[in-house]
Every structure is written in C-alpha cells, then in structure tokens.
Design a binder for this molecule. Structure first.
Ligand code: PHE
Length: 404
C-alpha cells in the first residue's frame, strides 16, 4: 500500500503546485487547522444541518401482568441494540427512536397496543411481542397495514403463518418454533431421562402453552413414550391440587410443564408439597429472574440461549448488557437484541425506509446474531439450535445444545 501511496501523493502535490503557479492571483492555501470559534466571521449566519427525521420502532411486550419480567427483558434487549446503532450514527444516517407498548401477554391488549403504535404513533416497524398469544393478533394488524414485525421469542407456528398455511409477508422472528422445541424436550425425556411415561399440564387458552404441550406429546409418543396424564387448566387457576393428585397417582417418569414461570412456580411448589418427586421438564417460558428455582429444582428446560455460551459474541453481549442494566441477560433480552439488530440491519441494507422493500431484504438476510447464525426459511423462521438448561441448587446451568 505505502509504496504506491507516497508516489501518488507526491505526484498530486506537484500537480497542485504547478496548477497553483499557473492560476492567476493564486493565494497560497493555508494548512487547515482547527480555528477557535471566536474568530469566525459572525456576520455570516450559519444554518445548522437539518436534523434527520428519526426512524420510529415500537417495542411491544408484557410490561405489566403475570409475566412482566418477559416484557422488561424484551424492552431492555431491544433498547440496547437501538442505543448501539444510534451511537454509530443511526440507520440510513437517521436516529432510531422507540415507542413502548404494553401487550400484557394477552390477545386483546396485544391488538390494542398494535393499533395504538401503528395508527397513533405511526410506526412502520415493530420489535416483539413476546407471548405468541399477543404476537398473533399484532401480526394480523401489522400485515394489514404493511408494518414490519420481528418477534424475538414468540415460538408458536401461527405467529408467522396464517390459518391457511400462508406465510405472513410482514412478520418474522428470531427464535426457533415449538414443533422443534417440543421435539427436543421429548427426545431429551426419552433418551437422557430414560422416561417411558409422562404427565403433561396445559393452559388451553394460551396458544404457546397448548401448542407446545401438543408438540411434546406428538414427539414423545412417536418416540415410543406414553402420556399417562393430560390435564388442562385455565389462566385464572391457582390451585392445582386436583391435577396434582392425578399426577401423583400415575407416578410418571417425567412431568412436562410447558407454562410460563408464573404458573410453573405454583405448580412446582404445590407438587413438592404433595411429595411429587418426578423430574420436571419445561420450555422457554421458564426463563425468568422470578422463576422459583427451589420449587423447580432438578428440572430441565429448553431455551434459546445460555449466557454461559463461550462464543465471543455471546460473552461480549453479556458484558455490555450487564454494564448497561446490571443483570445477566436472559433469552428474552438476547433475542430482542437479535430481533432489533436483524430489523435495523435490513433497513440499512435496503437503503430506504420502506417496509415493503425491507421485508424482502430481511427474507434473504444472513446475520450472525447472539443466539446463532440467522437465515430465514420460507415461513420466516430461523433454523437454530436449542439449549437445554438444568435447574440445580438455586442455579440454572447449561446442560446441552441440540441442533435442528
Ligand atoms: N415462546 C414463548 C411464547 O411464544 C415466549 C417466551 C420466550 C417466554 C422465551 C420466555 C422465554 O409465548
């Protein structure tokens, strides 16, 4: 490099000198150096550069209600990504501005939050939501309005695919889906826990919980296992004694609880009180700083990432997040961070702030994210590994990684 650089530079200098010598009334160009502001001619009005119009992104998730830690982590992961882009000059030279919406892990609140951010705040992009049951109605309105949505962690199949099996053009996610998650849990139960029988409890009104329970049952029975207890409850239930009596009587090899942490805490502690010692197994919904680790002791759950993953991209992320928020990021934070980066990278790569074009860039993206390399299949789902985590002695540790 240097070899060619210097001759070229000196040639340019000679040329400049020659041109300078020929130019009539040439004034010698002073070496530019920083000028103190005081000597600037004050008579010339200076117009500040027009402030670039921000690109607005809504962050949706349950900020209140039974699973509020999900919304907090989702928000913080997304904000961290946006702050990092802003520190580098924004996207397309424009700052990112976020609008928060509380979808409460509820279909109706989700639909209301989507209408508010789209119709009133005029966002063209949404990160979120978290619970599949809120992301599904949000995706329906977003697709109607041409608003691009990237969920970090909504795993139900119907988040990105409509009732007729058609991919929703404006909805993507950064996580694997429940048919895979259920399969991973079933295989782990059959092979690692050597389980032949399982009990399963489910909230029939929740898309994610119901869907994951069904996927687990399908995979467990296909692998030769038998589901001996299959019991439903509703969101309002807090006393699980009737269900737990059946679990105790059946004495299964594994107890699958594919709920969020709020219900896990109740079911697991009531199970312990009744003397049920069956190993517990669950899904990503267990991932919360508020999970009762004593009640879930000995249990395993499938998740999207582990902060113990030694890949530098993970460790760098964990360090920056801890410095910014003072806690170890959970999967919700990591995947909201990934979802936001995917979206912003796609806007940047497209070169225009137009969701109808950005969606095509996103569909073809190849992005090295904290939770792994992301490329999308035809249903806008990434094909990724799952982590299996072990709850033991008040700690959650990485047990295994299972590839697709
Ligand atoms: N996968 C859950 C759902 O679709 C949400 C979730 C993801 C919760 C990750 C916790 C951790 O509803």
């Amino acid at each position: 490099m240097k070899r060619t650089f210097w001759p070229l530079l000196s040639a340019a200098l000679v040329l400049a000198m020659v041109l300078g010598a020929c130019a009539p009334a040439a004034t010698p160009t002073p070496t530019p150096r920083p000028q103190p502001t005081a000597v600037r001619p004050t008579a010339v009005p200076t117009t500040p550069p027009a402030a670039a119009e921000p690109i607005k992104v809504a962050i949706l998730g349950p900020l209140t209600g039974d699973v509020a830690t999900f919304g907090a982590s989702n928000r913080d992961g997304a904000i961290m990504a946006m702050e990092e882009w802003n520190a580098k000059g924004g996207v397309l030279g424009r700052p990112i501005e976020w609008v928060l919406g509380d979808s409460q892990c509820d279909p109706k609140a989700g639909a209301d939050a989507a209408r508010k951010v789209i119709d009133e705040d005029k966002v063209k992009y949404i990160v979120g939501a978290v619970c599949s049951s809120e992301s599904i109605p949000i995706s329906e309105y977003a697709n109607e309005k041409g608003v691009l949505q990237v969920s970090g962690t909504s795993t139900n199949v119907n988040v990105t695919v409509d009732k007729d099996g058609k991919t929703k053009p404006y909805t993507f996610r950064a996580c694997f889906i429940d048919p895979f998650q259920g399969q991973v849990a079933a295989t782990f139960a059959l092979q690692n826990l050597k389980a032949k029988t399982a009990a399963v409890v489910l909230d029939v009104g929740n898309d994610y919980i119901k869907g994951l329970a069904e996927e687990f049952r399908k995979a467990f029975e296909a692998g030769g296992g038998k589901v001996v207890v299959w019991e439903s409850f509703v969101k309002e239930d807090t006393d699980f004694s009737a269900i737990l009596a059946k679990v105790k009587a059946a004495n299964p090899d594994v107890f699958y609880i594919p709920t969020y942490y709020d219900k896990l805490n109740l079911i697991a502690s009531q199970a312990k009180q009744r003397g049920i010692t069956t190993p517990l197994l669950g899904g990503d919904g267990w991932d919360s700083p508020d999970t009762d680790l004593a009640a879930a002791d000995g249990g395993y759950y499938t998740n999207h990432y582990s902060p113990e993953d030694t890949r530098p991209i993970v460790q760098d992320f964990v360090k920056r997040y801890q410095a910014r928020f003072g806690s170890v990021p959970d999967a919700l934070a990591a995947l909201a961070y990934d979802a936001t980066n995917l979206l912003l990278q796609a806007i940047q790569d497209t070169g225009v702030d137009d969701p109808s074009k950005v969606k095509d860039t996103l569909a073809a993206i190849r992005y090295e994210a904290v939770s792994g390399l992301i490329t999308f299949d035809q249903y806008h789902n990434p094909i990724k590994s799952a982590a299996i985590l072990h709850v033991k002695d008040g700690k959650v540790s990485f047990a295994a990684s299972v590839g697709p």
